[in-house]
Design a protein around this ligand. Structure first.
Ligand code: FES
Ligand code: FES
Length: 145
């Protein structure tokens, strides 16, 4: 059986061999905050943290993360970054936003005051088709309010 801790809660599952982590989170656990857009590892919409490190859940097979700790956007609902994104108006359609916040949360956990260059580097895997990049950067730079 596959043992996963998701947002602090233990789960035991038995997914088919090729089921992705994104499919398990959304389909089996009902955590639909994790989005699937390209489903090919290009856009970052499906980003979750695996033991604190951002990974692309759409190209991560669920069985490869047995015993690991997953954090999704639902587990970050009280993170100050959520308010920072709202304050900075850092979204338009919002589809990329969960992945953006998951990546940003991993960054500020490691570097609470990242430089603009570091923000761009850390967020390079998260695409925003609405082009909200300047405001996303502003939100991350001002995440502590
Ligand atoms: S949906 Fe996973 S990278 Fe695009
Ligand atoms: S806010 Fe629409 S894709 Fe980023």
């Amino acid at each position: 059986m596959l043992e996963l801790t998701v947002n602090g809660q233990a789960h035991t599952l038995d997914p088919p061999p090729l089921r992705t982590l994104a499919e398990v989170l959304r389909g089996d656990l009902g955590l639909t905050g994790t989005k699937i857009a390209c489903a090919e590892g290009h856009c970052g919409a499906c980003t979750v943290q695996l033991d604190g490190v951002p990974v692309l859940a759409c190209i991560t097979l669920a069985w490869t993360v047995d015993g690991r700790e997953v954090t999704t956007i639902e587990g970050l609902r009280d993170h100050p970054l959520v308010d920072a994104f709202v304050r900075a108006d850092a979204l338009q359609c919002g589809f990329c936003t969960p992945g953006q916040i998951v990546s940003a949360a991993a960054l500020v956990a490691e570097e609470p005051d990242p430089s603009p260059g570091r923000i761009r580097e850390a967020m390079a895997g998260n695409l925003c088709r609405c082009g909200a990049y300047p405001r996303i950067e502003e939100a991350i730079a001002s995440w502590r309010g």
